[in-house]
Design a protein around this ligand. Structure first.
Ligand SMILES: *Cc1c(COP(=O)(O)O)cnc(C)c1O
Length: 372
């Protein structure tokens, strides 16, 4: 089956008991078993697995071309679930432009187990090679990255990681598997904040890991989730599964609108640079073209007038809402540095935009009046 068909049919068999076409929402925490614990349909207790969570995992594994998936309460729970499963005293490489939560996890929580991280430019493959150490166990890629939309070459990073006996994990939240499938390019694990494009309506939080192989790493991470208990709830799994069905169709519209917004902004005299991998001027454009089907719904814009111009612009928009997060039907705008806590890494003149599914002319009219 092709991607759009899989998104609708993976994990979507009608309920065998009732024939219900929409996936049932199973809330049961516990499942009847035999007197010696013999499982009847494979389930025992919800913290380990439940039929609704199971359907979402089947769907996510199919969409990322992986063998198994694990769903979590949030994207950060998924990220922590993988990184905390590394052996104590591991070293990891992370991108210098990345989701803030990854940076904080590496700075504040992982050092307690001896895990250290080096942040670098993942687009610079020589810098990546040079940063590898004998204890480097994992390279973490995020492409396109947050909030500068930097592009890393997944296939090349996979080769570098594997020739070193390390793993490549990729945060695929911005692209979604509709646009980019890191496992088919050689990555070992894909991470998602399903809060974003999978949910798609800014009303459900979730995360996921998808594994290329159902191997010992998968078993270790699954066992950790079972014992630490950060699995997605059935209701959240059900909403995310529902969102997954329309995700490919929504992504096409997000991409179309984002390209129009990026082109509009790039032509404005107040703008220093638009960071969108779909623009031929973007330094990662050629690699993005090679590894992505389209360029996504996220972009950022940097203003010549600095922080003041950026904040003025953000204060004037009417259709775009000033809010964090992304991937919903409504367009959002955010002065990223203001929401990154005490030590922001985002440039002060940068505004991040999640382009929604409104009519593109209304979005551009709104940006026009905000700039005027
Ligand atoms: C939102 C986000 C996360 C964290 O996910 P939550 O669901 O908010 O925990 C991680 N990576 C990226 C790229 C994100 O956008």
């Amino acid at each position: 089956m092709r991607f759009e068909t899989l998104a609708i049919h993976a994990g979507a068999e009608p309920d065998p008991e009732t024939g219900a076409v929409a996936s049932p929402l199973h809330l049961s925490t516990t499942f009847k078993h035999g007197p010696a614990g013999e499982r009847i349909a494979g389930f025992e207790y919800q913290r380990e697995a439940n039929p609704t969570q199971d359907r979402l995992e089947v769907c996510l594994a199919a969409l990322e071309s992986g063998e198994r998936a694990l769903v979590y309460a949030s994207g950060m729970a998924a990220m922590a679930g993988l990184l905390e499963s590394l052996p104590n005293d591991s070293h990891v490489l992370i991108p210098s432009d990345c989701y803030t939560g990854l940076r904080v996890l590496c700075a504040e929580f992982l050092p307690a187990r001896g895990i250290t991280a080096t942040a670098l430019d993942m687009a610079d493959l020589n810098a990546v090679r040079a940063a590898l150490r004998s204890d480097t166990k994992l390279i973490w890629a995020e492409t396109p990255s947050n909030p500068k939309l930097e592009i890393a070459d997944i296939a090349e990073l996979a080769k570098i990681a594997h020739s070193h006996g390390a793993l490549l994990a990729c945060d695929n939240t911005f692209a979604t598997p509709a646009l980019q499938q890191p496992l088919t390019l050689g990555a070992d694990v894909v991470m998602h904040s399903t809060t974003k494009y999978f949910g798609g309506h800014s009303d459900v939080m979730g995360g996921a890991l998808v594994f290329a192989k159902a191997n010992a790493l998968f078993d270790t991470v699954a066992h950790r989730r079972h014992i630490t208990g950060n699995i997605a709830s059935p209701f959240n799994s059900w909403l995310i599964l529902r969102g997954a069905r329309s995700m490919p169709a929504r992504m096409a519209w997000h991409c179309r609108n984002a390209m129009l917004v990026a082109e509009f902004l790039a032509a404005q005299p107040e703008v220093e640079v638009v960071n969108y991998p779909g623009l031929s001027t973007h330094p990662g454009h050629e690699i993005a073209k090679k590894q992505m089907r389209d360029f996504g719904g996220m972009l950022s814009v940097q203003f010549k007038g600095g922080r003041e111009a950026a904040l003025k612009f953000a204060s004037r928009v009417k259709i775009f809402t000033n809010a964090t997060s992304l991937g919903g039907v409504e367009s959002l705008i955010e002065h990223r540095a203001s929401t990154e806590g005490d030590n922001p890494t985002s440039p002060q003149n940068l505004i991040r935009i999640s382009v929604g599914l409104e009519h593109p002319d209304d979005l551009i009219d709104d940006l026009k009046q905000a700039l005027s």
